[in-house]
Write a protein that binds this ligand. Structure first.
Ligand code: SAH
Ligand code: SF4
Ligand code: F3S
Length: 447
């Protein structure tokens, strides 16, 4: 029996693909192991979103040459977004790599492995598009929180972003297939779903446009949430990432009214300045963005928001950056990923704009926003003291096993003393006694 190990870089979509692939490989008789050194087959699931992400993976795969020199039968495969983008180049430059497989080729990985094992041939499977990709819906058993991919690809083409090139055109799964997957997960003990899509509010949009049924009031994503809210055993539903362009009133109604949808939303803003948003091809203004946040808060005032921001995009002035800072102050995010713009070849920004904000300035802007974020998170956490919140119990805290942890419905990590009678997967109320920047400390509410 051959052992495999998958190293995953990048976003949750890659994590989910790795999980589905692991299940497929196990079904074909391979066995998953915990370390690279035990593996006969090493798979790198890669990310291309920023230059640093690619360099990290290339550096790591480069180091695998030593392992392969020691064990020539070792099979090394590179899959995911960087494989899609640079597949043939990877094969040409890294002789230790046996195969590369693109993002629509997951189902072919067992064949590529078999070929590498038996014939020692080197191959590339990079074809994309309708008809090529088959959804894999395997999950590791017994997960309290499970990721479910509801759509793939992205048609948004933000000018800085490689995702549409790496993951292809948007394609959504039928509602029935997703509900069916959720029911199977619930039967296996899953309590929380994390729905995934790069442009998740465009769920079903490409299909509706093709059928001529798309209108501004359309939100198949809202319909999906309504259907998933009915699944017995599922207690919580989260999703990532929505795009403001498709956050219409039907969406707002669904996410604020459905009881299982957690009232904390990741809504990437990228910039708070209209000229920059236009250059980025985001299709909304800062005012339209804030209007959607306000629309959600009007119906669900306790909602927390998180976001993605890019600082130092081509030609961004200090004053324009200050507009982003202002949006952060206005929304008061509870979490944010703040990135320095990284030029990606092949994107429209790389071809038509100049990456002219100096690195030191990008760094400084990043620091200013991080400071703003820390202050707003500390404010949110301090406000939580004295409140009682529902927590889905995850078990011993990875940092300090004497303590247990779980997340509140608004995605806050809550730590508490291990208490007899509490079980992993229980949903219980905790009273928050104190807080730090990273966590809340609570005691079980016995009432
Ligand atoms: N689909 C999601 C996010 C996809 S990528 C969305 O549209 O919101 C995750 C984040 O990486 C993006 O939100 C963006 O903030 C960042 N990102 C993407 N391309 C980048 C680039 N070239 N340089 C810096 N950050 C980038
Ligand atoms: Fe990239 Fe924009 Fe698509 Fe997000 S919406 S994946 S940032 S192109
Ligand atoms: Fe990276 Fe691909 Fe995700 S480029 S961020 S792994 S979709």
């Amino acid at each position: 029996m051959l052992n495999f190990y998958i190293k995953t870089y990048g976003c949750q979509m890659n994590e989910r693909d790795s999980e589905a692939l692991a299940c497929l490989l196990e079904a074909r008789g391979y066995r998953e192991v915990e370390t690279e050194t035990e593996a006969d087959i090493l798979i790198f699931n890669t990310c291309s979103v920023r230059d640093q992400a690619e360099r990290k993976a290339i550096g790591k795969i480069g180091m695998m040459k030593m392992l392969k020199d020691e064990k020539p039968s070792l099979v090394i495969g590179v899959i995911g977004c960087m494989a899609q983008r640079l597949g043939s180049q990877i094969l040409a430059e890294l002789p230790q790599v046996d195969f590369v497989a693109g993002t629509d080729q997951l189902q072919n990985v067992p064949n590529l492995i078999a070929e590498a094992v038996t014939r020692h041939g080197r191959s590339a499977a990079l074809e994309m598009g309708p008809g090529v990709f088959r959804e894999l819906d395997g999950h590791r058993p017994g997960q309290l929180i499970a990721e479910v991919s509801v759509m793939r690809g992205c048609d948004q083409f933000c000018t800085y972003c490689v995702v549409p090139y790496c993951r292809g055109r948007e394609k959504s799964r039928p509602i029935e297939a997703i509900v069916d997957e959720a029911e199977r997960l619930a039967a296996g003990g899953t309590k929380e779903l994390l729905l995934l899509g790069q442009n998740i509010t465009a769920y079903g949009v490409a299909e509706a446009r093709k059928a001529g049924t798309y209108t501004p009031e359309f939100s198949a994503f809202a319909d999906l949430l309504v259907a998933l809210n009915e699944v017995k055993g599922i207690e919580r539903i989260r999703f990532t990432s929505p795009h403001v362009r498709f956050m219409n009133d039907k969406f707002v109604e669904a996410v604020t009214q459905l009881p299982k949808v957690c009232k904390c939303f990741h809504v990437p803003v990228q910039s708070g300045n209209d000229r920059i948003l236009k250059l980025m091809h985001r299709n909304y203004t800062a005012k339209e963005y804030l209007d959607r946040i306000d629309a959600i808060r009007a119906k669900a005032p306790e909602t927390l928001f998180s976001t993605d921001i890019i600082v130092g995009f081509c030609s961004e002035t200090r004053q324009e950056f200050e507009d982003t800072h202002e949006v952060m102050r206005r929304v008061g995010y509870d979490m944010a990923y703040i990135f320095r713009y990284s030029q990606r070849s092949g994107t429209k920004a790389a071809e038509t704009l100049t990456d002219d904000v100096p690195e030191a300035e990008k760094h400084e802007r990043n620091q200013i926003l991080l400071q703003e974020l820390n202050e707003s998170v500390a404010r949110h956490n301090a406000q939580m003291i004295g409140q009682t919140v529902p927590v889905l119990i995850e078990g011993p805290s990875p940092r300090n096993p004497k303590r247990w942890c779980g997340r509140s419905d608004r995605n806050k990590m809550v730590l508490f003393d291990a208490t007899p009678g509490l079980k992993v997967g229980d949903l219980r109320n905790f009273r928050i006694e104190r807080s730090t920047e990273n966590a809340l400390y609570g005691t079980l509410d016995k009432s």
